[in-house]
Design a protein around this ligand. Structure first.
Ligand code: IPM
Ligand code: SF4
Length: 467
């Protein structure tokens, strides 16, 4: 048998039919559904008089539109949000899906809820009408976003028409320095390969720095694979994975657990497997980073200064010029001198318990700078409850942060949490596009610890100065 990568193995295990040109019908193990990309798909089913093929493998949760303040009363005011959330409610109930409405403590961002409830397991194919589905790859699952017509296809058939991607290996060797986190790794990778670096590939992240990372950190790394252009990102499962999964509500139990475990243990890339592309970064070389432009690849260590357009080549020169204009930044300005107005800690990139712990560790006994608007938005109701139990919520509120209800929140401007024009935000999310957090708003992506540090000083800050 020819050697295989982890991606090859999961792919092969899910092929139900392959045409001569390589077009493949893949079986889908888990289908996650949120309110934004599903209404038309359900409407299509209804019109064709079809049912959901596997409602027991389909999980629905509202996240993008939901307000994160008590009462969640914006439903009444924002027509579009209300319609989408209500449509999901109707569809989930009518088609008999697993459903976590806002009234359920398990509600939260779809990519946080799936793993938390044990829906996401090693070796699975996981899809969702959402580009950050790559998050689930942290479990050694093949997970990626799909479009609304594909959502309808998966709902109707539990399969997806696909063509295979190439194999890319991203190895992070060695150990991470203090203050350096999974977010710094994933941003540093994109800084190195660029937003098109992974195009046409599925990335497997490996190396000692990845191996010693928690599941939370691994999810942060895989979450941004899409920002590096890749179809998906994944990490081979190991003891850390099994330990996280074991005992979760929808994880296998008893003899089924043993059988699953035996298979999961085969889910590694063979020693001599073929890689179409390999990138290696030394963990020791990664510093806490922050983005300065309007693309996730515009990233530098916090100790650096804003680059000049002339430092780049080709089309990037004009892109940087425009970026700097939009961001209102001058070449040569040290990143650590950039004053911010807002701090957002949350999103499917960094809204898990470990992220909140990392931010709280910096904030403990400190206050945020006067005039700064700062909010923490836990990724799910369970993360929120856990953080309250651990006393983190208190640390945040005492420091001056708002303690919110779960949702996508200020990660994207689809709900009331938005930046005002010209407002500058230190954000733990994954996209810094123009207007992403609100029209005219400016975004600097960074880790939760770095976001907390910025909240304390009022400007982008090297978190290592506060630990
Ligand atoms: C709204 C949704 C389709 C979108 C995505 O696909 O990623 C959103 O989650 C995002 O992060 O931009
Ligand atoms: S938190 Fe942000 S990136 Fe994640 S699913 Fe929601 S909008 Fe998309």
């Amino acid at each position: 048998m020819s050697p295989k990568t982890l991606y090859d193995k999961i792919w092969d295990a899910h092929v139900t039919h392959e045409a001569d040109d390589g077009t493949t019908l893949l079986y889908i193990d888990r289908h996650l559904v949120h309110e934004v990309t599903s209404p038309q798909a359900f409407e299509g089913l209804r019109m064709a008089n079809r049912k959901v093929h596997a409602p027991d493998k389909t999980i629905a949760v509202p996240d993008h539109n939901v307000p994160t303040t008590e009462g969640r009363d914006i439903f009444i005011e924002n027509e579009e949000s209300r319609i989408q959330v209500e449509a999901l409610d109707t569809n989930a109930r009518e088609f008999g899906l697993h459903y976590y409405p806002v009234s359920d403590i398990r509600q939260g961002i779809v990519h946080i809820v799936g793993p938390e409830q044990g829906w996401t397991l090693p070796g699975m194919t996981v899809v969702c009408g959402d580009s950050h589905t790559a998050t689930h790859g942290a479990f050694g699952a093949l997970a990626h976003g799909i479009g609304t017509s594909e959502v309808e296809h998966v709902l109707a058939t539990q399969t997806l028409i696909q063509k295979k991607s190439k194999n890319m290996k991203v190895e992070i060797t060695g150990k991470l320095a203090p203050g350096v986190t999974a977010k710094d790794i994933t941003l540093a990778v994109i800084g190195k390969i660029g937003t098109a670096g992974g195009t046409g590939h599925v990335i497997e992240y490996c190396g000692e720095a990845i191996r010693s990372m928690s599941m939370e950190g691994r999810m942060t790394v895989c979450n941004m694979a899409i920002e590096g252009g890749a179809r998906a990102g994944l990490i081979a499962p190991d003891e850390t994975t099994y330990e996280y999964v074991k005992g979760r509500p929808h994880a296998p139990k008893g003899a089924q657990w043993e059988a699953a475990l035996a298979w999961w243990k085969t889910l590694t890339s063979d020693e001599d497997a073929h890689w179409d592309k390999v990138v290696t970064i030394r963990g020791e070389d990664i510093a806490p980073v922050v983005t300065w432009g309007t693309s996730p690849e515009d990233v530098l260590p916090i100790t650096a200064a804003i680059p000049a357009p002339e430092d780049f080549t080709g089309g990037k020169i004009d892109a940087v010029r425009r970026s700097l204009e939009y961001m209102d930044l001058k070449p040569g300005t040290p990143l650590s001198e950039i004053a911010i107005d807002t701090v957002f800690i949350g999103s499917c990139t960094n809204g898990r318990i470990e992220d909140l712990r990392a931010a709280a560790a910096i904030l403990k006994g400190r206050k945020i700078k006067e005039g700064i608007r700062a909010m923490v938005v836990p990724g799910s109701g369970l993360v929120r409850a856990q953080a309250e139990e651990e006393g983190l919520a208190e640390i945040f509120t005492e420091a001056g942060f708002e303690w919110r209800l779960p949702g996508c929140s200020m990660c994207l401007a689809m709900n009331p949490d938005q930046l005002a024009p010209g407002e500058r935000c230190a954000a733990t999310s994954n996209r810094n596009f123009e207007g992403r957090q609100g029209r005219g708003g400016r975004t600097h992506l960074l880790s939760p610890a770095m976001a907390a540090a910025a909240a304390v000083t009022g400007h982008l800050t090297d978190v290592r100065d506060l630990i």
